[in-house]
Design a protein around this ligand. Sequence first.
Ligand SMILES: C[S@@+](CC[C@H](N)C(=O)[O-])C[C@H]1O[C@@H](n2cnc3c(N)ncnc32)[C@H](O)[C@@H]1O
Length: 217
Amino acid sequence: MKNPLRKLPKSASVAIPQDGQKLHAPAAQRNVEPILQAIKPHIPKHGRALEIASGTGEHILRYAAAHAGLSWQPTDIEPARLNSIDAWAEALPNVANAQHLDASTPGWAKIWPAQDVIIFSNLLHLISEGEARTALAESAKALATRGVLIIYGPFMRGSEFASQGDREFHESLRAEASEIGYKSVEWVHKAFTEAGLTPEPPLDMPANNLLLVARKS
Ligand SMILES: C[S@@+](CC[C@H](N)C(=O)[O-])C[C@H]1O[C@@H](n2cnc3c(N)ncnc32)[C@H](O)[C@@H]1O
């Protein structure tokens, strides 16, 4: 069942009010440095980059500063987050105003075509398999030839959780909405392939997270 604004456990999507419209996610501040290092080899010098589920905006702020030759488009489904993204990114000339994008809705690739980079973090476990398949298929359509899709987050390895904490988090998600929860690396790689993308080997990240990368040939 499709319900992008479904109720989640408090720990699943933290956004603490800061000054003005800004929201702050402690996890985003913690993981942005390792993500920046990991994505560096995959980001072209110039082009268009779309971030899905930008959250508070604390990631795209840093991506855009580190990769100033790209035009960055932040998106999310929650109005308060769109305001927060704009507040954080105000001074960056290569970040467009944040726009509403529900990645689980078929057809969005037509509105955001020819992307050289599509990136999102900490989303796939918050949506159902059907919604995740749509998000990945639309991302594949929205990419330019040789474009890259980069996904950061928590994943199962086969049928195994990386830690007891991951299992408990997955179970807490399932308790709120039985259709959501962790996807496995293999599940995501199959969805990449079905969408016409070529997966690269997963990259281990801090706190048992992974960076999954796939390219459009
Ligand atoms: C856990 S937060 C992650 C935010 C940010 N990417 C990060 O890692 O800090 C999940 C974000 O996904 C957004 N979201 C949830 N469902 C979505 C959907 N169907 N399409 C796009 N964004 C969605 C939420 O509004 C929220 O900002």
